[in-house]
Design a protein around this ligand. Structure first.
Ligand SMILES: Nc1ncnc2c1ncn2[C@@H]1O[C@H](COP(=O)(O)OP(=O)(O)OP(=O)(O)O)[C@@H](O)[C@H]1O
Length: 128
């Protein structure tokens, strides 16, 4: 979408937005190692949920947590790229911005692990 297209509306614009969002998603999956780790972790978690026959509500919680994790990693990448656009030199503010964006992912990760334990530990215990 050219910058002059910003005021246009309609299905074509919606389609273009979807296309650009897809390009962003493909970029993050291809180039961000952390995103690849998240995808593998999500696949393993969903496989375990299937094998342990977790109830629907647990599936919904897992899907929400995974979607949040992916989205946060994508936003973190956007912040990193924006900072790189502003400066390629070492700058304390660039460090601060990237570290804070990374902290958002870290905090979410910690809570995702806690939620995972709450959902999986009782189900694993039931096996024995
Ligand atoms: N321009 C900069 N000025 C100062 N410190 C920076 C700068 N760029 C990066 N850093 C520091 O290096 C760290 C790593 O930055 P980088 O851009 O390599 O992202 P990353 O942590 O490798 O993320 P990812 O692996 O998800 O791409 C940042 O968290 C920050 O502390």
């Amino acid at each position: 979408m050219g910058l002059h297209d910003r005021n246009r509306k309609g299905f074509k614009r919606l389609l273009k937005s979807f296309m650009y969002a897809s390009q962003g998603l493909v970029f993050v999956i291809k180039h961000e190692q952390n995103m690849q780790i998240h995808i593998i972790a999500a696949a393993v978690i969903l496989l375990c949920a299937y094998l342990l026959n977790l109830p629907t509500v647990h599936w919904l919680i897992l899907l929400l947590v995974i979607a949040g994790m992916f989205s946060l990693e994508i936003m973190n990448t956007a912040v990193e790229r924006t900072v790189d656009l502003v400066t390629e030199d070492f700058h304390p503010l660039a460090k601060r911005a990237k570290d804070i964006a990374a902290a958002a992912v870290f905090v979410y990760c910690v809570f995702a692990v806690i939620i995972g334990l709450i959902l999986f530990v009782p189900a694993i215990k039931q096996l024995f």
